[in-house]
Design a protein around this ligand. Sequence first.
Ligand SMILES: Cc1cc2nc3c(=O)[nH]c(=O)nc-3n(C[C@H](O)[C@H](O)[C@H](O)COP(=O)(O)O)c2cc1C
Length: 169
Amino acid sequence: MDKSIVVFFSHAGDNYAVGNIEVGNTKIVADYISELTGAEQFEIVTHKYDGMAYTPLINLAKEEAKNGELPEYEGDVDLSQYDTVFIGGPIWWGSYPQVMFSFFKKHANDLKGKTLIPFTTHEGSGLANCVEDVKDAFPGANVTEGFSIYGHEVRSSKAKVEKWLKNFE
Ligand SMILES: Cc1cc2nc3c(=O)[nH]c(=O)nc-3n(C[C@H](O)[C@H](O)[C@H](O)COP(=O)(O)O)c2cc1C
């Protein structure tokens, strides 16, 4: 594979189906991808949700999505050196968390002609609207089919990720 990076957001802490987790579900998938392909990583980090219990987080995320809020994230990355960009996050109310859209907006013109590979972790919604949203966010990019996996499955499903990645060899 060409030079690649995994850009992802993942929320550790209290969550549906898995309880209070130290490492978020999407981060586990991102780590599998890096281990199996050598892709570098950029984690979209915000401290806005630190320590929140599941129910208040659900309510806050719903408001953010409804209002199209764009929370700030820490640091940034220069994507010009990468040919392939994996983009992953949990489904929050039908698409990626709003903080990922903050990243998308900032980098909207940086991925023209590059390959974008969307993935999600979820608890029933699959890819939801993520592939369409990535296509809308990055005009001119080559967006592949997406990959989705249940969050509660990721810890025992490295083989599924490995099988999916064979598509890109
Ligand atoms: C605020 C919030 C909203 C969520 N909304 C959905 C949803 O609409 N559909 C779904 O299938 N799962 C939903 N989930 C479950 C997460 O997508 C799932 O647990 C995911 O694996 C979490 O990944 P993470 O640990 O990397 O953050 C939601 C979880 C949270 C915390």
